[in-house]
Design a protein around this ligand. Sequence first.
Ligand code: DLL
Length: 440
Amino acid sequence: MAIAELNHRIWDPVHECLARADLERLQLERLHSTLERVYHRVPCYQEKFRQAGITPGEVRTLRDLARLPFTTKEDLRLNYPYGMLAVPMRDVVRIHSSSGTTGKPTVVGYSRNDLNTWSELVARFMTAAGVSADDIVHIAFGYGLFTGAFGLHYGAEKIGATVIPISGGNTDRQIMIMEDYRSSVLVCTPSYAMTIADRIERMGHSRQNLSLRVGLFGAEPWSEELRREIEQRLGIIATDNYGLSEVMGPGVAGECLVKRGMHIFEDHFIAEIIDPDSGEVLPPGAVGELVLTTLTKEAIPVIRYRTRDITRLHYERCACGRTLARMEKTRGRSDDMLIIKGVNVFPTQIEEVLFQVEGCEPHYQLVVDRVDNADTLEVQVEVNETIFFDEMKKQRAFIDLVEKRLASILNVSAKVKLVEPASIPRHEGKAQRVIDKRKR
Ligand code: DLL
């Protein structure tokens, strides 16, 4: 569909289409108020600012933000569980926390205003993806401490859509409900969307029985190739949205139907891109680590939070009419980046190559090891039956082809292992695609 033909509805046109000078004025005003609050109410910030030799009053322009120290996940861990709160506990009306794969999870709290802002921002990206009060929204994120389900739930209710809070798991039941209740919007991780598509095909169901129109996917990195695969298999428009618990949860940024990057809700968050090694702020358009400062959060504001997510920002006006900056699909987190024989490799780069090869199924796993002091990378990928059961010679030629393509993109050699269809574990939440045996 041509971009001009798309229906670019905007939830909050006043704030999503501000002239840059007006946006920056608003950001500075909100930044001042946030800095004063954290400085006086959160001992961790007071100490950090003291060590950096700066007070909130010395931040006069947005550029001065770069003089402030970063906040990291480690700061949140050290202040576990409630040390980062900038409001009394009686003003906190909800707690969520990050998944916390290592050590303690990080706790995030929301005031009543924070919950309101959160649902407003989710309503923004849902509207940008074409969701309206006429939609039936099937939320297949797990309900619980994870921010995904509740975030999308209240945003969908805000725009007046009908919410089906199905939660995660039991894929066959999900499919039955989707068919019977005529869900038109699917909300989950992109990897779970693939699991659902796969299951529909294996059950011998037709996607024609579904009423799905749009997918709102996020919470993990995914490639353009995976997007095309999901769109084609489920017959939907698949959109991307981004967020992280420490900053708010989903609703930090989301795609419009132009699909050229996710609009960052800059009236609520200041986004910077830094060099992850030196911490220097990089110029617009450079690839680096995204750093976020909250401008309106009351319960747990964060100043220059290091997301570890690698991306690039675009500031040109979007065809949808929004003036907000757009972030490219993240290439993964800098801490997910694999270093194989000294070369940086992101799992999404491998995903892109695999999806371009006819015969590879969109299910893969990466096994990294160290043998005789040298790193090894094995890419296990499911292939469709025709390739798997064909002659050995053909199988070898297929492996050679995939290995060559990987080597030319990654600049490091990987061994490819073909595995039987449906043998790689399927995911209900965030996909775990890497097994790094070097860390054991
Ligand atoms: O995943 C919040 C969320 C829920 C976002 C639902 C979108 C939809 P956490 O569990 O704290 O929060 O994980 C945050 O997930 O730093 C990224 O590395 C990754 N991530 C989130 N969204 C995307 C995305 C939620 N669209 C971490 N693309 C972040 C790539 C994403 N990575």
